[in-house]
Ligand binder design. Structure first.
Ligand code: FAD
Ligand code: NAI
Length: 475
């Protein structure tokens, strides 16, 4: 048996591979095990995020947005496009290349940081004194001994109880990212983040898209004003969104899939689609981990149970990312990975869930950090709001993308920023200013007094901050 490792990380997604890098940086002898395999049997570290999540979805969102711009937005700029054509195969091949570049980048980072990488499935195989034995099955079989273990095994898509995924007509996120030709009629179950992003991709490429959402409210986690604006803009783009839907039957036909539901008014409805994407949330992945054998406690929903510092029920075993409670976001998984590595090294890693940004990469993009107006109202917090529309921002006008606004919510007594909400161009980039402000305990007045470059979209952030005090300059 080889020398024991200080740390073995099970799972090489954004949580696991970042945790491994930080452990190695802190001088720990580190191994990472990941079972994702690409064509040809090569390892594909990076997890859901790199292989079938964040990265490929953003590649297709960019490609489809380019196509839509060339077809619709360029004319306004005096650019005439003739013979515009779509090559979905090439678009998919580009996306696959972007993914492979990221896989290779992570393999390089393992080498650079002297992390032993094992390609295969890791499972707890009992104790070796105070240490843990971890068995690796697959391409690089091994039995490892680890003083400490980080479980970062991620999540997997949740299927409708009515019908399993079949990789052909009823698609999960992996299937939604790999559709080989534009479907004429696309159904999407769930108006969450995946449903809206993937629905946008295929609508831009020419599909007629219907999104069926169970909850009565649209984007219930977002600020109500943002959700309202988003729904209006998505409808204008042609994304048909129905809320308050109860799906009663899903039936595979010869070449289609028939869906029956009752609508918000209780009326029976039905439609037939060429493809159906089911995006109704994800469940933690503890498959074949040997959790039960070693007594690793799971909570009632199947997540690995952890305390506020990501410690599990077992000594020297930690868990991070999608497999534990909290938002299922790549950057949350990464931050937990860094924090756990630092705690192991006797430092004081910290993750503040209140300052984790959320981004939906639709057009316009939607991003927020901190509290929504409805949350502040429910908690009885007195606040002031400032809101500035991109239609009054010079850079947005020059871009030709003036939809949406920035809204800043600040404590009525102290002016401390409690939430920042953006719907509009590059919201994903703009939100960082809100995150920094909140992390530094900034007031709206602080942002209002900071010099922002002109012309820039970030000026909308400054104006919204000025708006908290009722003194916007450009509106
Ligand atoms: P994962 O990324 O799921 O990685 C876990 C890894 O461990 C996988 O490779 C898995 O195969 C492997 N594994 C599991 N069990 C074992 C085992 N026993 N042995 C060895 N290996 C094992 N988040 C964002 O922040 N921004 C986005 O834009 C975004 N877009 C998304 C788009 C889609 C379509 C989807 C589905 C998700 C998206 N997410 C996004 C969410 C993000 O992908 C996840 O939050 C993130 O990947 C979680 O990281 P993780 O390391 O916890 O788990
Ligand atoms: P989600 O939780 O965002 O949305 C699921 C939606 O499906 C919800 O609105 C829910 O009410 C609805 N739903 C549940 N059951 C239903 C049913 N039977 N019929 C109709 N609707 C139903 O989950 P999603 O979109 O699957 O994404 C999974 C995770 O991936 C999310 O937690 C998200 O954090 C992450 N993700 C993040 C992205 C980003 O950061 N940009 C992009 C894509 C995914």
């Amino acid at each position: 048996m080889a020398d024991p490792f200080d740390v073995v990380v099970i799972g090489g997604g954004p949580g696991g591979y970042i945790a491994a890098i930080r452990c190695a940086q802190l001088g720990m002898k580190t191994a990472c095990i990941d079972d994702w395999t690409r064509a040809g049997g090569k390892p594909a570290p990076g997890g859901t995020c790199t292989n079938v999540g964040c990265i490929p979805s953003k590649a297709l969102l960019q490609s489809s947005e380019n196509y839509e711009h060339a077809g619709h937005a360029f004319a306004d700029h005096g650019i005439e496009v003739k013979g515009l054509a779509l090559d979905v195969k090439k678009m998919q091949a580009r996306k696959d290349k972007v993914v492979a570049q990221n896989n290779d980048g992570i393999l390089y980072l393992f080498k650079k940081n002297r992390i032993a990488f094992f390609h295969g499935h890791g499972a707890f195989a009992g104790r070796d004194g105070d240490a843990w034995k971890i068995r690796v099955d697959g391409a690089s079989p091994a039995e490892l001994v680890a003083a400490r273990v980080i479980v970062a095994t991620g999540s997997k898509p949740r299927a409708l109880p009515l019908i399993p995924f079949d990789d052909d007509r009823v698609l999960d996120n992996a299937g939604a990212l790999a559709i080989p030709a534009v479907p004429k009629r696309l159904g999407v179950v769930g108006a969450g983040v995946i449903g809206l992003e993937m629905g946008s991709v295929w609508r831009r490429l020419g599909a007629s898209v219907t999104v069926l959402e169970a909850l009565p409210a649209f984007l219930g986690a977002a600020d109500e004003a943002v959700a309202k604006e988003a729904r209006k803009l998505f409808a204008r783009q042609g994304l048909a969104i129905e809320t308050g839907v109860n799906i009663t039957a899903v039936t595979l036909g010869k070449a289609d899939v028939a869906v029956a539901w009752t609508d918000a008014a209780g009326k029976a409805q039905a439609a037939s689609f060429d493809k159906l994407i089911v995006a109704i949330g994800r469940v933690p992945n503890t498959d074949g981990l040997g959790a039960e054998a070693v007594g690793l406690a799971l909570d009632e929903r199947g997540f690995v149970a952890v305390d506020g510092e990501c410690r599990t029920s077992l000594p020297n075993v930690w868990a991070i990312g999608d497999v534990v409670r909290g938002p299922m976001l790549a950057h949350k998984a990464e931050e937990e990975g860094v924090a756990v590595a630092e705690r192991m090294a006797g430092q004081h890693g910290h993750v503040d869930f209140n300052t984790i940004p959320w981004v939906i990469y639709t057009s316009p993009e939607i991003a927020w950090v901190g509290q929504t107006e409805q949350q502040l109202k429910a908690a009885g917090v007195a606040y002031r709001a400032g809101s500035f529309p991109f239609s009054a921002n010079g850079r947005a006008r020059a871009l030709g993308d003036t939809s949406g606004f920035v809204k800043i919510l600040a404590d009525a007594a102290t002016d401390r920023i409690l939430g920042v909400h953006v719907i509009g161009p590059f919201a994903s980039e703009l939100i960082s200013e809100g995150v920094v402000a909140m992390e530094f305990g900034a007031s709206a007045e602080d942002i209002a007094r900071i010099c922002h470059a002109h012309p820039s979209l970030a000026e909308a952030m400054k104006e919204a901050a000025l708006g908290v005090d009722g003194r916007m300059l450009n509106l």
